[in-house]
Design a protein around this ligand. Structure first.
Ligand code: KG4
Ligand code: ZN
Length: 388
């Protein structure tokens, strides 16, 4: 089946079209198109994502991305005769005037594309941002009479490593998923497809959030993860002044995390020093990154051992971190050689719509999606949606 996927949970507007086959026995995926519009520049000057700005940007950019995606996938056909749009469209998009205007320009001009379902992220994330994607899905569903599959963003991250170099991999169960993003840090037990149990999560800041906050202390712009990682790579251990940061909860009996204390230690250490020289900033970045990685690797290893996991999957923006990837690979090779490690391509680690299409396909196997007006009315954004 062909799935059009929409992702707007944070500061990336993304649309993808994938072709999926094989059911739960042998799922396989092909990306027909994948488009992302990043809002980094817009939010960088505010040092973080501003929800109402994110919402407006999604609203402006979704239709151009839709058009580009359909075109790339070979599904954009000019309509033989101008189409009239259902009157209810105005009601669905009353809070997204830019989106409504763009939809009214594009949809009458094109044929209904040959897709089977529309997958959309409905949570977790920033609610004003999520609503734009959800309302776009509702509007398209109404105009094209195509079913909607609501998708949990974290399920998308958990399944993003299935695609590797254009091939589809399987997951050996039970599997442990380490999901590390800007809003979440979770260790999840996957007993089978779509059977999730959250083993532990962060009690305060998410790993990505800690990267972003520490970046600010070091004078780096949002998003901080990639910048800290780059700066840390330039640190020469021979120049170490002996700075060390804590690894909070690394030895606790559970699978929870806490990164807010680590960020505070970085802040206090920075204040203690008369001047944060460029060399010291490198050391801070290196030591902070190491503290996060040590904690993530140690807890992940404990979870794999306890649940005798046959595989480890990782996902979320922080899983793009090179050193984390290397550290997990080394840990598996050294101590858990029977466990298979699945790492997503870097472009699928951060937010994207391909992973939403993949998760949508699995959900469609559980419950056949059908076009339904009541569902269009019922589906809503859920900022705090849990993975289950
Ligand atoms: O999954 P994602 O794109 O969006 C959310 O769902 O939150 O994750 C974004 C987070 C940001 O906090 C960003 O700083 C972090 O992922 N990130 C990284 C790296 N690339 C992105 N953190 C560490 N190292 C990286 N290379
Ligand atoms: Zn994400």
């Amino acid at each position: 089946m062909k799935i059009l996927a929409i992702e707007t949970s944070c500061d990336d507007t993304a649309i993808a079209i994938i072709e999926a086959n094989g059911g739960l026995k042998k799922p396989s995926f092909k990306v027909l198109s994948s488009q992302t519009h990043s809002q980094i520049e817009l939010h960088a000057k505010w040092q973080g994502v501003v929800p109402f700005l994110a919402k407006r940007e999604h609203s402006i950019n979704l239709v151009p991305l839709l058009e580009a995606s359909l075109e790339k996938a070979g599904l954009l056909k000019t309509a033989a005769k101008e189409k009239t749009l259902p009157g209810e469209l105005h009601k669905i998009l009353e809070k997204e005037p830019e989106l409504l205007k763009n939809m009214e320009l594009l949809l009458p001009e094109i044929e209904i594309p040959k897709i089977d379902a529309i997958a959309v992220t409905y949570g977790p994330g920033l609610e004003p941002a999520l609503w734009v994607g959800v309302n776009m899905a509702r509007a398209l569903s109404l105009c094209w009479k195509k079913p909607i599959v609501p998708v949990n963003h974290m399920e998308g991250h958990a399944l993003s490593s299935l695609l590797a170099e254009k091939k589809t991999r399987g997951i050996k169960f039970p599997s442990i998923a380490l999901l590390v993003s800007g809003g979440h840090t979770e260790l999840v037990l996957m007993k089978d497809w779509m059977k999730y149990k959250i083993l532990g999560s962060t009690r305060d800041d998410a790993a990505g959030e800690a990267f972003d906050k520490v970046a600010r202390i070091l004078g780096l712009t949002y998003p901080g993860g990639p910048k800290i990682s780059k700066l840390a790579e330039t640190f020469d251990i021979k120049n170490s002044t002996g700075i060390k940061f804590p690894r909070p909860m690394i030895n606790s009996d559970d699978f929870d995390f806490s990164f807010s204390g680590l960020k505070t230690s970085v802040l206090y250490k920075a204040k203690e020093l008369a001047e944060l020289t460029d060399e010291l900033k490198k050391e801070f970045a290196f030591e902070f990154e190491q503290a996060v990685i040590d904690t993530l690797v140690s807890k992940t290893k404990k979870a794999i051992n306890k649940f005798k996991a046959k595989s480890l999957v990782i996902g979320g923006g922080v899983s793009a971190n090179k050193k984390l990837r290397v550290s997990l690979t080394e840990m598996i090779k050294k101590d858990l050689a029977d466990t298979e490690l699945l790492i997503p391509e870097s472009s699928l680690s951060v937010d994207n719509a391909v992973m939403i299409g993949i998760a949508g396909y699995f959900r469609a196997q559980k419950k056949k999606p059908v076009f339904s007006l009541p569902l269009i009315k019922r589906i809503k954004a859920e900022g705090n949606l849990l993975l289950k």
